[in-house]
Ligand binder design. Structure first.
Ligand SMILES: Cc1cc2nc3c(=O)[nH]c(=O)nc-3n(C[C@H](O)[C@H](O)[C@H](O)COP(=O)(O)O)c2cc1C
Length: 470
């Protein structure tokens, strides 16, 4: 069976943090399409759900299926609160990622990816994918291994150049040690640093695994061609993501230009040539504004194997987005009262990031504190003492500058780690009793979601699939 005949025509995009959770991915997979869980910050999501009492017992059910003895019990002992957190009590944090993590810390990440994929796959035989951001390097290897232990079918990675991942999957399937080149700013030439994972440190008799398919998410022909020809190992397909897609976008090519709202302008050079894509001989799915009636048909006619859709799924009943945000955004969107802004500064990654604004939205600009305590988007840098340090342009400016960061790089940055965990109702409570404000992201098509809603105020993942197939 070829890849394009085994992978369904609709891919539900991975949406972090926790918007594409196991419930959404499972619901989409049960419709015979590809449900995808977001792998971003899953370890924090797991330990916060446990601290909130694990309503329904889903985390504990999946933990009890984890094949390495003792690991789940340790996490339960440290984080599970049967009665949940008393009001105003902050979440207990996991140690922040570093290049070298303790075995126990790596295993929390392995476990968290296992849990999410296990639940998404529970009780059916359909395919389930895992989405990871290439740029968030440190948790990648343990996340891949955990997802593979739960039988993940497809790995999808964008936001960077995931060139080394295919061979990592080939090795992990044999439980062999793997490494990734670790990006460290200011590293002296000739020196390389690595992230390493060796499954043999975890156990002596691991189970048989299956290698998942690997899809790279790209926004240009040149990157697709480079990956198809030069990746280490086999790429199985591509998702081509255009600049209207929710979440992070690839920056425009060439000299940066902006419109009057300060949004980056995209042009002809940013359009991916689908004829050239077809020449690579690998299947591809089209993402960004594909969540409209007729788009699937158009994509197939243009040589694609299907579409990847995020925004429509982000607001369906099964998604992880907090209920109050879902209701408020949909209510305003139905009346044409939301705007989606492509903010070139908000994300610490430096990539443009889509931000949803609507009347009555929580005041992100006013109330958000500059800080970095989750560390998911920190960049590693080489210090004057020859060590590796970490900095995030969303942390307090003085701290950032002290670590060699430039003031101009810190302007306008938001702590997306905290904002996005707040979006799914798992936001941290600060010492002053205030909760982290959310910051919602969606694709440009959110502005016209009224057309799809057709008077409804809520809908299911199955409704989205029916609409896309219609
Ligand atoms: C709320 C939200 C979060 C997203 N987070 C991610 C992510 O973590 N990783 C990723 O590769 N893509 C992410 N995306 C992009 C989607 O996977 C998908 O490609 C995109 O939404 C498709 O375009 P559409 O929004 O027009 O449907 C996100 C999109 C949304 C709406």
């Amino acid at each position: 069976m070829t890849v394009s005949s085994s992978v369904p025509p609709i891919i539900q995009g991975g949406m972090g943090v926790g918007i594409s959770d196991w419930r959404l991915a499972r619901a989409v997979s049960l419709q015979g399409q590809l449900g995808v869980v977001s792998g971003t910050a899953l370890d924090t999501v797991l330990v916060r759900r446990l601290q909130d009492g694990d309503a329904g017992g889903h985390m504990r059910r999946a933990l009890s299926a984890f094949p390495m003895p003792g690991v789940a019990a340790d996490v339960l002992r440290l984080y599970f609160r049967p009665k949940g957190r008393p009001p105003g009590v902050p979440y207990k944090m996991l140690p922040v990622y570093k290049q070298v993590m303790s075995r126990a810390r790596q295993l929390v990440t392995v476990l968290a990816a296992f849990v999410e994929v296990y639940l998404a796959k529970e009780g059916h035989q359909e395919m389930v994918g895992l989405n990871l951001l290439t740029k968030v390097q440190i948790p990648t290897l343990p996340s891949l291994y955990g997802a593979m232990l739960a039988g993940v079918d497809v790995i999808l990675m964008g936001a960077g150049i995931p060139r080394e991942i295919p061979v990592v999957l080939d090795r992990l399937v044999q439980h062999q040690a793997v490494s990734l080149r670790f990006e460290v700013e200011g590293l002296p030439s000739g020196r390389e640093d690595h992230l390493i994972l060796d499954p043999k440190e975890f156990w002596t008799t691991p189970p048989d695994l299956r290698r998942p398919l690997f899809f790279a998410i790209i926004a240009s022909n040149s990157l697709a061609t480079m990956l198809a020809r030069k990746a280490d190992g086999r790429i199985d397909g591509f998702v081509i993501e255009g600049p209207t897609a929710g979440g992070h976008n690839a920056p425009p090519r060439g000299e940066p230009r902006f419109n009057e709202r300060g949004e980056p302008l995209y042009g002809e050079r940013d359009v991916v040539d689908l004829t050239k894509m077809s020449e690579l001989g690998l299947p591809f799915w089209l993402a960004g504004g594909a969540g409209r009636r007729g788009r699937l048909h158009e994509a197939l006619a243009a040589g694609a194997s299907g579409i990847q859709v995020g925004t429509l799924f982000a607001y369906c009943d099964e998604s992880g987005l907090a209920e109050n945000l879902k209701r408020s955004v949909l209510e305003h969107a139905a009346r044409g009262e939301v705007t989606v802004m492509t903010d070139p500064r908000a994300s610490p990654t430096g990539y443009p990031f889509k931000v949803v604004r609507w009347p009555g939205a929580p005041g992100d600009d006013v109330t958000r504190e500059r800080l970095c305590d989750l560390g998911g988007l920190r960049a590693a840098y080489y210090t004057a003492e020859g060590k590796i340090g970490y900095r995030c342009p969303a942390e307090p400016v003085t701290a950032y500058v002290k670590k060699g960061g430039k003031v101009e790089d810190a302007v306008g940055r938001r702590c997306l780690c905290n904002a996005l965990t707040a979006d799914i109702g798992l936001g941290q409570v600060r010492a002053n009793g205030k909760a982290e404000p959310p910051l919602v992201t969606s694709g440009d098509d959110l502005e016209s979601i009224g057309e799809f809603l057709a008077g409804r105020t809520r809908y299911s993942a199955a409704d989205v699939v029916d609409y896309l197939l219609s």
